[in-house]
Design a protein around this ligand. Structure first.
Ligand SMILES: *Cc1c(COP(=O)(O)O)cnc(C)c1O
Length: 218
């Protein structure tokens, strides 16, 4: 079983699933390919219209998407989707006190979480969510353009709403003031990330850039 990523947590990097399946097929391996879209699953398919990281690719067996990340649902709303016939592989016979197939909302699993996700999705609607993601893409580009002007190195996966900046470019007082998220919470840290979400508005970005410019010039 191989896992390809659709948006890593620190960089938002997106794998090309063909790299995995080509290698596996070259060696005649029997395989399943899982897509980890925990972070990017509610972003990338909406921002990249050309994306083929979905079930239209017959080589993809399963996908996870976390509603408790970008969708801002309550914690514990990870979603697992797989092709027909595969879910039986995770069916346990241990929980015999639960009647029927112990696969989805049986036993004491929270149905409220499922309802919350359903409500969020239907409140936005597919187009509403697309609009929201489009705005976040524009804000991400705005930040990248400003960083380019300051000659500050960063990584940004195209179509993702995440900018990961080399730590050496960011003075300590800026890290403190803006509570930037490090890759490692120790002295070896090399990166800080900014996730462009609803509450990260252009005003905040402008203030951040102005402060950064000042701090660098000092
Ligand atoms: C958050 C995350 C996960 C899993 O996290 P849960 O919150 O436990 O579902 C897996 N992969 C990536 C890339 C993530 O960002």
């Amino acid at each position: 079983m191989a896992v390809a990523n659709m948006g890593t947590t620190m960089f938002g990097s997106v794998d090309n699933p063909d790299v995995y399946t080509d290698a596996l097929e070259k060696h005649n391996a029997i395989y399943k390919l899982h897509i980890d879209g925990a972070y990017g699953g509610f972003v990338y398919p909406f921002s990249n219209k050309e994306s083929k990281i979905n079930f239209s690719n017959p080589k993809i067996s399963s996908i996870t998407i976390d509603a408790h990340k970008m969708l801002q649902a309550p914690y514990g709303t990870g979603i697992f989707v797989c092709r027909k016939g595969l879910i039986e592989n995770v069916l346990t016979k241990e929980a015999e006190y639960v009647e029927g197939m112990d696969l989805t909302l049986c036993g004491s699993r929270s149905g409220a979480n499922a309802v919350a996700v359903w409500m969020i999705l239907f409140t936005y609607g597919a187009y509403g969510w697309f609009e929201k993601i489009s705005v976040l893409q524009m804000r991400t580009q705005f930040l990248c353009d400003k960083l380019d002007k300051l000659n500050i190195d960063y990584f940004r996966e195209p179509f993702m709403n995440l900018v990961t900046i080399h730590a050496e470019n960011i003075p300590h007082e800026i890290v403190e003031k803006y509570d930037l998220v490090p890759q490692q919470h120790n002295e070896h840290n090399k990166w800080y990330k900014i996730v462009l979400m609803d509450h990260v508005e252009i005003d905040h970005l402008t203030t951040f850039i102005d402060d950064l410019k000042l701090a660098i010039n000092e």
